[in-house]
Each structure stands twice: as structure tokens, then as C-alpha cells.
Write a protein that binds this ligand. Structure first.
Ligand code: BG6
Length: 526
């Protein structure tokens, strides 16, 4: 049991929800490729509606959905209204003024004629609505269409490589490449049509409030940062655990990706970089990317035989989540019945830098784990002198119990906040140490709506702020770390899958990685 000590916010931290303090972006046209897909319905339209209702968008703008289905504007609006009712129920009742800005244009993105049709519609809307031609193209499609779309919009004159008074930008969803070679190839080909500053590679983890708060916590306070070094930190554990499996037709994508590509290469390595990086020179996008890049460059490569000792992969078999039986991965829709795709990865990463040498970073992620939780736990070293130890009761003296390592936990989701656990004396006649918590919880401390990651990132892309997007060299350095692991798996024997039951914390071998470090944490609330 731990006892919480709650941190209360200073009065100025209170604010009014949904009221923008920054200037809205200039009037724009947003062309959304993949507008009938899951991401658009679940995340992008709800985020745009909230931005609109929060007065973060300009008075004039147009959103043009694109897909292969032949729909009229009214049909598309009805479909968007349906998604909003499902995924943004509280805001959807007042969605009509927003939907008046939404249009649809069917186009085959691989045909020049299709892209010309799209261009004509965009030009016509911009004329009718007095829009200046600032354009954001959002690519929420299968990755095979990324390059054809960029080639198509460039061919149709919707985007230009040359500087112009209007801005023209492209947001590219993950996965950006399948391995290092394909990521480099995609990047190289995109640069035939775009300037580097026109490309916004999205990693939605960077838009999460709690992830941005890592920078605020580390570099906005003088008291914690000196502790983030090998002198004080024993090890770091980063967990991204999900209860979901392959709902819908998710398996069609996932079976070709797996957990290492889907979550480790991007979200988890970004979390690692933010918790491990040195202070950036400024908060400008380039300086933050430089600081993260340095971490990626210092990652000790895992190759060949190292992989077996440092990386554990797993795949779930049938089990139960929240008391409900769920099928094994190989029985999920659109998944190969003998699939060798990993749905769980645990690995040890070492950063060979002055600051972190000898401090392992343990990463684990998986589908169908017992709880949805993302957290970063920084475990500190024990005091150098073991003044407090457990002793047997003898005569008048007893119950002197041992100090436990202090742990600083960044709870990324859910129950967003930060918690520092440390040892304190339990009241009483004995010297008995007990773990207590300093707690900061967003919900209790700030009376404001916690924006969804996509709200922040869409707004930043519209404003031209690339700080929370992944620069190409960061993305490549992350692939450089991950690709040799994929190679070793491909060249090695077939894994003994399935090797964990749905509803458990992954294969038993994952524990082996942390044997000398006290094992994996059970995340708070589990
Ligand atoms: C996506 C992955 O990028 O992130 C999904 O493709 C995963 O497989 C998701 O479920 C997790 O995001 P969040 O925000 O729910 O933690």
C-alpha cells in the first residue's frame, strides 16, 4: 500500500476549456486522403470538430474528403456526422456549422485524371469561399499510396516545391517505411516533389499532453534534471500496454507489421529519446530534433547474437480480458493462421553516452495485455549506505525495515499524471519504512479539457510548427536501431508462437531481461 500526497495547482493554472489563446492559422484547404477510413472517423474528424468548437480554426476553411467511394457531399457529411456521434458524442450535437465546411471528392489517387478532378474541385472551392490557397494534404491511407498521392498532387499543380506566398504541406501517417532501406527510399522519392520543411511525419504520441510534459518537467524545473544521470538512475522501464487485439480488419495491416515496427520504432523510441535527451539549445523544432537524434545515435546497436539476449518477442494465444474470452492472434480476422508476427516485444536498450552509460532502458509493448497503460518509470539507485535494513525482532528493537528504491513515474495514459514514490517512516514506535507517493494528476490539477493528440498535431501542421513531428534523420536513426533486430528474426528459427495467453503480461522470458533489476513493474492500478 502507498499513501498519496496530492500536489495542488497554483491558482493561475486554472483555465477555461476550449478557449484558444494563440492565433488561429490562416484560412486553409485541408485535403484528407483516406477520409472514409478508421483513423479519419475515430480521430481526425473528432479532433477537427473540437478545434472548430474551441475557436482554434479560422473563420474560413474547407475540408475535402477523398476516397474511392462515389459519394455526394451530403452523403459524406452524414457519414462524418455518424462517426462524430460515435467517437465525439459530447460535441457532435452542435456539429452542423462545422460540417458546412466539409466536402467530398472521389478520386483514384493513382490516375492523373483522378488527381486533375480533385484539383479542379479544390480550385473551385477556394474561389467560391475566398480561400487563399494555403493547403494541407493529410495522407491517412495505406502506405503504398503515400508516394503516388504526393506525385499526383504535385502533377496536378496542387503542391509546389518552390517557395510561394501560400503554404502547402503534407502530413504523412505512419508507417513511414517498412525498414531502413524502404524508409530511405520513400524519403528520397518524396524529396523529388517536396522541400523537407513541407513534410510533417506524424507520430501521435508526440501530441499527447503527458508526452509534451516530459520536456516541461525535465527542463522547466531545476530540481529534477540533475538526477537524470547514471549517478542516480538505476534503470528505466517504458511500458506501452494495450488490451485491444485485432478488432475490425486491423489484422490486415498488423500481420505485415508487428509490434516492433508498429509501436517500438516510433512511439517507444520517441518516449525513450524524450526521457533521455540532453536539454535542447532552444525549444525550436530543429533543436529538439537535434537533441533526440543524439540519443538515437548513441543507442548501442543490437545485431545478430545480441538480439537473442536483449530482445524477447511474443504472440498471444486465446485467453480472457476483463473476464471475457478472446481468441488467439492466429484466429483473428485477416491474420495468417500460421502467422509468425509478434504482438509483444520486450527489449533492453543501452545508450552509450556520458549521461547514460550503464543505465539500461527496458521497453515493453504488447496487444491483449491485462490493462491499457502507457508509462515511463525512472527507478533511482538505493542510498549508497544501507543504514536501513530489515532486522529480526530482538528485545526492545525490531522492525527496522529496508529502504526501497525511489521511482518517478510519468503516467502517459490513462489517469495522466506524474508520481514520485519514496520511502517514509510509518508512524509508530518502530523505524519502519513505507512507500508513499507525491502525486500530480492532470484531472485534479487543471480544470481544462485535455486535448487529444491529433487536435494538437493538426493545429501545429496548420500553423506550420514542426516541433512535435519527426524529422527524417530521427526517423532513419530509429530504423537503424530496429532493422537489425528484424533481420536477426528473419534469419533465425521460427519463434515458438503463441507464447503468452491473452490477458497476461506477456511471455515469461520477458522477465529474464530484468532479472538483475528486480523485474518488471506492475503498473499502478493494475
Ligand atoms: C498506433 C498503432 O500507432 O498506436 C496501434 O498503430 C496502437 O497499433 C496505437 O494501438 C496506440 O495508440 P494509443 O494512443 O491508443 O496509445
Amino acid at each position: 500500500m502507498t499513501s498519496p500526497i496530492t500536489v495542488h495547482p497554483a491558482p493561475e493554472a486554472q483555465g477555461s476549456p476550449f478557449v484558444s489563446t494563440a492565433k488561429p492559422p490562416a484560412p486553409f484547404t485541408l485535403v484528407l486522403f483516406g477520409s472514409n477510413g478508421d483513423l479519419a472517423g475515430r480521430k481526425l474528424f473528432p479532433a477537427l470538430l473540437r478545434l472548430f468548437q474551441g475557436q482554434h480554426l479560422p473563420r474560413e476553411f474547407a475540408i475535402v474528403g477523398n476516397g474511392r467511394r462515389d459519394l455526394r457531399d451530403e452523403d459524406f457529411r452524414a457519414a462524418v456526422r455518424g462517426s462524430l456521434a460515435e467517437f465525439s458524442a459530447a460535441e457532435s450535437a452542435g456539429a452542423d456549422p462545422f460540417l458546412a465546411h466539409v466536402f467530398y471528392q472521389r478520386a483514384d489517387v493513382t490516375s492523373a485524371a483522378g488527381m486533375q478532378g480533385l484539383a479542379q474541385r479544390v480550385h473551385a472551392l477556394e474561389r467560391e469561399r475566398g480561400l487563399p490557397g494555403n493547403r494541407l494534404f493529410y495522407l491517412a491511407t495505406d502506405p503504398e499510396f503515400f508516394l503516388p498521392i504526393v506525385e499526383g498532387i504535385a502533377g496536378a499543380g496542387l503542391i509546389r516545391r518552390e517557395e510561394a506566398p501560400q503554404w502547402e504541406r503534407v502530413v504523412i501517417e505512419k508507417p513511414f517505411g517498412f525498414d531502413l532501406a524502404s524508409a530511405l527510399c520513400l524519403d528520397h522519392n518524396l524529396m523529388r516533389f517536396l522541400r523537407p520543411d513541407q513534410v510533417y511525419r506524424i507520430d501521435h504520441y508526440l501530441g499527447k499532453e503527458t508526452v509534451q510534459n516530459l520536456l516541461a518537467f525535465r527542463f522547466g524545473n531545476a530540481i529534477f534534471e540533475p538526477l537524470f544521470t547514471r549517478e542516480h538512475v538505476d534503470h528505466v522501464q517504458i511500458t506501452v500496454a494495450e488490451t485491444v487485439g485485432m478488432e475490425g480488419r486491423r489484422g490486415a495491416f498488423y500481420d505485415h507489421a508487428g509490434a516492433l515496427r508498429d509501436v517500438v520504432q516510433n512511439h517507444m523510441l520517441q518516449l525513450l529519446a524524450l526521457v533521455a535527451m540532453d536539454p535542447p539549445a532552444t525549444l525550436k523544432a530543429g533543436d529538439i530534433s537535434d537533441a533526440k537524434l543524439k540519443v538515437f545515435r548513441n543507442l548501442a546497436p543490437l545485431r545478430g547474437a545480441d538480439v537473442a539476449g536483449h530482445v524477447v518477442r511474443g504472440q498471444y494465444g486465446p485467453g480472457a480480458i476483463g473476464g471475457q474470452p478472446v481468441p488467439g492472434y492466429r484466429a483473428e480476422e485477416a491474420v495468417d493462421r500460421s502467422s509468425a508476427t509478434e504482438t509483444f516485444v520486450a527489449l533492453r536498450a543501452d545508450i552509450e553516452s556520458w549521461r547514460w552509460a550503464g543505465v539500461p532502458f527496458f521497453l515493453r509493448t504488447g496487444k491483449r495485455l491485462p490493462r491499457r497503460v502507457t508509462e515511463i518509470a525512472v527507478q533511482f539507485k538505493l542510498p549508497p549506505m544501507r543504514l536501513f535494513r530489515t532486522v529480526e525482532c530482538a528485545g526492545d528493537f525490531c522492525d527496522l525495515s529496508e529502504a526501497k528504491p525511489s521511482v518517478l513515474v510519468f503516467r502517459i495514459q490513462p489517469d495522466e499524471g506524474i508520481c514520485l514514490s519514496f520511502s517514509a517512516k510509518r508512524p509508530g514506535m518502530q523505524l519502519d519504512l513505507h512507500r508513499v507517493n507525491f502525486e500530480f494528476n492532470y484531472r485534479d490539477s487543471f480544470d481544462v479539457h485535455l486535448p487529444e493528440a491529433y487536435e494538437r498535431l493538426l493545429l501545429d501542421a496548420l500553423r506550420g510548427d514542426g516541433t512535435l513531428f519527426t524529422r527524417s534523420d530521427e526517423m532513419e536513426a530509429a530504423w537503424e536501431f530496429v532493422t537489425p533486430i528484424l533481420d536477426a528474426w528473419r534469419d533465425g528459427p521460427a519463434p515458438p508462437f503463441p507464447n503468452y495467453d491473452a490477458g497476461t503480461w506477456g511471455p515469461a522470458e520477458a522477465g529474464r531481461l530484468l532479472e538483475a533489476f528486480g523485474g518488471w513493474r506492475v503498473p499502478a492500478g493494475a
